[in-house]
Design a protein around this ligand. Structure first.
Ligand code: SF4
Length: 408
């Protein structure tokens, strides 16, 4: 449903109501998106993209003169100002006559209590630390909390979270709480991400019991549904999701068989993301990754043999010039040896040190220089060049993955 309206104040508004969201545009430089609960999730203002997280924070992203993308979090006053301006625009809009569905959503937007929503979000979720870029809009279900390893020297995402696997009863309660939290806004979330860091570490039998809870709460789109029928399927299944997605670490992947992965696929798992980081074994050992590149290569073979799609994540700029040549050479070689096709992804993530992680101190002690964006860019270019897999659509899509873009 789309509407173009000249309002009483002389301004032209364009509204687009879809199965997932309502988009409201005032000219081309002021756009808002709200979910079906009336919750503001994003905006575009004067050349700047604003993404509002469920925790109430807002990330602004923009480019100046086609330069590199800039980012910053709005401060509290700026977040309040955004909501105040949105409410003022919304009040003008809601005063007009609209079809019932649009009018109800505009009213829900006006009545939306953002402070209460943030509180409820924190009651339902432990912090959602990171997702792969193609899953930023997923519905997160935390089957586990934290990371079962927490050894990697460059990562502090879960350093302060005690690893925990939810019981079936806890997980069922979590799913109910998540559904209640999102309300009708859940329609914006078209897949499920089984969190946290490596939910597939859960022993197979227990994992299947947890997936049974997911299947009881959601309809999962059949894996073999033709692409042109997927949208219609989602629109006709109110509790429908395109599938399940999750991270896996190399060691956990080693502990599951191809038959295990096939069983997970039959219960809705579609793509698994693995942090290869590098194909260079000395660098992985120095970073204290839980698995070797050879093990992660084998894991990808198993995942693909089970009919799953894979997202492989490579870190660039890590390990400085000491590991540079080996990182470029071996990462391109390991990626080239993976049976990746057009449904798979290779992500390049420029390393950004986290002060809570031991990397910086260890690097300084080892005489390794701090991360250099130019080195990261050069490594990405060299690895892309060195990959012998076919380009898309036959081969995997290569895409950037900047952790600083993540908002949930
Ligand atoms: S990189 Fe992955 S496996 Fe390593 S500590 Fe972080 S979340 Fe855990």
């Amino acid at each position: 449903m789309q509407f173009d309206r000249l309002l009483a104040d002389g301004r032209r508004w364009h509204l687009r109501l879809s199965h997932e969201a309502l988009t409201v545009a005032l000219g081309s430089d002021r756009v808002y998106t709200l979910d079906h609960s009336g919750r503001l999730v994003g905006a575009f203002r004067a050349g700047c993209h604003l993404r509002r997280g469920l925790d109430g924070r807002v990330l602004a992203r923009w480019r100046e003169d086609r330069g590199p993308r800039q980012r910053r979090w709005l401060d509290e006053a700026e977040c309040e100002q955004l909501l105040a301006e949105w409410r003022a625009d919304l009040a003008r809009l809601a005063a007009e006559p609209w079809p019932d569905e649009v009018a109800a959503l505009l009213r829900a937007g006006l009545d939306f209590d953002y402070a209460a929503d943030v509180e409820r979000f924190h009651a339902v979720y432990r912090p959602v630390a990171i997702l792969p870029p193609d899953q930023y809009q997923a519905l997160v279900l935390q089957a586990t909390e934290g990371c079962s390893f927490n050894t990697c020297t460059f990562c502090a995402l879960y350093r302060h979270v005690r690893f925990h696997i939810k019981s079936v009863a806890e997980f069922a309660h979590h799913i109910r709480a998540v559904k209640a939290f999102f309300g009708p806004g859940i329609r914006l979330r078209r897949s499920i991400f089984l969190a946290d860091a490596n939910a597939l570490v859960i022993p197979q039998e227990r994992l299947l019991a947890l997936l049974a809870e997911v299947e009881a709460a959601f309809a999962i789109m059949p894996a073999d549904l033709a692409p042109e029928r997927r949208r219609a399927w989602l629109e006709t299944h109110p509790d429908g999701v395109a599938g399940l997605y999750a991270f896996i670490d190399g060691l956990s992947a080693e502990r599951k068989t191809v038959a295990d992965f096939m069983a997970l696929r039959s219960h809705g798992l579609r793509r698994v993301y693995i942090g290869l980081e590098s194909g260079h074994e000395p660098l992985l050992a120095w970073l204290r990754k839980p698995a070797t590149a050879a093990e992660m290569l084998e894991a990808v073979h198993h995942l693909k043999a089970a009919g799953l799609h894979v997202g492989v994540i490579v870190l660039t700029g890590i390990g400085g010039s000491r590991f540079d040549a080996g990182h470029r050479r071996d990462t391109a070689a390991v990626l080239s040896a993976m049976p990746l096709d057009g449904e798979d992804l290779i992500y390049f993530s420029p390393f950004q040190p986290d002060p809570d992680a031991p990397y910086e101190a260890l690097a300084a002690a080892a005489g390794i220089e701090p991360p250099d964006p130019a080195l990261a860019a050069a490594q990405e270019a060299a690895i892309r060049q060195g990959i012998t897999l076919p380009p898309p659509p036959r081969g995997p899509r290569r895409a950037p993955y900047n952790l600083r873009d993540f908002v949930y």
